[in-house]
Design a protein around this ligand. Sequence first.
Ligand code: A3P
Length: 274
Amino acid sequence: MVCFLASAFFFVLQAFAAPPQADVSLNRIDLNSNEDGSLSPPPGTSKRPPHSIIIGVRKGGTRALLEMLDIHPEVAAAATEITVEKTPGYFTSTLAPERICAMNSSIKLLLILRDPAERVISDYTQVYFNRLENHKPVQAIEDLLVRNGALNTRYKAIQRSLYDIHMRNWLRHFPLEQIHIVDGNLLIHDPLPELKKVERFLNLPPRIVSSNFYFNQTKGFYCIRSDGRERCLHESKGRPHPVVNSTVLQQLRSYLQEHNRTFFRLVKRTFNWQ
Ligand code: A3P
């Protein structure tokens, strides 16, 4: 598929529109950096354009996917390096698809999605904790989800979960075959099969194996074992969610249902979302 915009226009767009905040770029050198955008590589190393981008979705499990992919010796390793970048905000950005296409129309896109209602709650939880840390006032999730007795569909966390709308935007610039969707719910409960599919999509030799994962009872999630080290994701990943009022949750789910159906048609695939 040919990009709609020529590369030259891409640079014009670059100049006029700030890119969505890249929360981390994956080279091995970058992986240990904070998610604060400070990505200058250490002396003697360099940053190169990614072969693949994890485009989102925010709170879909992007960090877990990135760290699990990093187990693979050919991901972000020397010589035959495949660099992967993660920028969760891309999926919901209206500008990102055309800009990425102009940069590299054959780039392989990875998209990790989870149940969109759960994603809304996860999104709320992240903002809630950020606000607490910054001593800002917080609201109950129901106060954000409901306005004047009806579902507040303008709430950003809901907007980000309208996967069909965002996907349509990407499919204007990339063929479906170039976008691999990782099931974020499956990645939580059984990461290996999802990782094997990603290996195949990236044409990588199969190197990630079951012993690379172990379930950590305390964390309640799978953690990673590689290079003789064991590590779990940061404590901000996998936090308990608030219990949402069942009527409000039902309202949210029924609003999302039609969007989910449209999304399934677009990607010619269904997901086990309630
Ligand atoms: P919660 O913290 O709401 O549970 P992202 O990295 O895109 O922000 O996504 C965060 C989500 O990744 C977490 O949301 C969590 O559910 C999910 N996740 C998937 N696999 C995980 C793992 N092995 N450890 C921790 N969180 C994981």
